[in-house]
Design a protein around this ligand. Structure first.
Ligand code: PRP
Ligand code: URA
Length: 209
């Protein structure tokens, strides 16, 4: 049930190393996150259901493969999720989008919701939750809880970095939601930051610190 897929593709790992470097600029960080997102998107959608459609090429009629079912939903956990969202939409431009506004209280590390907007028919769609960081997992759990409350049944979670503690906690609550990540890092420090990590993803993306 509880699955974790680490995407070890050389391009992902190379780009991630540049993102981790404290000397990488805000613009560079944002651009790399968008690029990595397309590669993570490729992996998380690898087993999407297919059907066929009849088309005419300039030479012949053929039954050609096409995605089956309703358009999928990307659920971005604000703010930093938007960095992944942009790359995912580059690859799947017709996807629907949900926004889950959460911030982590710096003292309690609990997730506080400030915004939620999602398509009505989540129960009929695959929902891919995107957030670069899975640290304590409080934000990821709150986001998935909320999406399930609104009907989502088929959910996957994509992040850039995950802490082992966060993976355990997340799968303790949501064993049926597979995690896709570029790296499982060493540990969480006493302030809830992933080590070695990359710092605060939102601040590095938007230059707010
Ligand atoms: C960051 C990150 C996750 C959360 C992860 O967001 O983008 O949402 O922390 O931490 P957790 O697993 O311990 O909950 P943050 O709350 O800093 O908000 P921001 O994206 O608006 O900067
Ligand atoms: N949120 C971040 O942005 N970075 C961390 O290391 C932990 C939570």
């Amino acid at each position: 049930m509880a699955s974790v897929t680490v995407i070890n593709h050389p391009l992902v790992q190379h780009k991630l190393t540049i993102m981790r470097d404290r000397h990488t600029s805000t613009a560079g960080f944002r651009q790399l996150l968008r690029e990595i997102a397309t590669l993570l998107c490729y992996e998380v959608t690898r087993d999407l259901e297919m059907t066929t459609t009849t088309i005419e090429t300039p030479l012949a009629e053929m039954k050609a493969p096409t995605l089956a079912g309703k358009k999928l939903v990307f659920a971005s956990v604000l703010r930093a999720g938007n960095g992944l969202l942009e790359g995912m939409l580059d690859l799947v431009p017709a996807a629907r989008v949900a926004h889950v506004g959460l911030y982590r209280d710096p003292k309690t590390l609990q997730a506080v919701e400030y915004y939620f907007k999602a398509p009505d028919d989540l129960d009929e769609r695959l929902t891919i939750v995107v957030d670069p960081m899975l640290a304590t997992a409080n934000s990821a759990i709150a986001a998935v809880d909320r999406l399930q409350e609104r009907g989502a049944k088929d959910i996957r979670f994509v992040c850039l970095l995950a802490a082992p503690e966060g993976i355990d906690k997340f799968h303790g609550t949501h064993p049926d939601v597979p995690i896709f990540t570029a790296s499982v890092d060493k540990y969480l420090n006493d302030k809830g930051y992933i080590v070695p990590g990359l710092g605060d993803a939102g601040d590095r993306m938007y230059g707010t610190k």
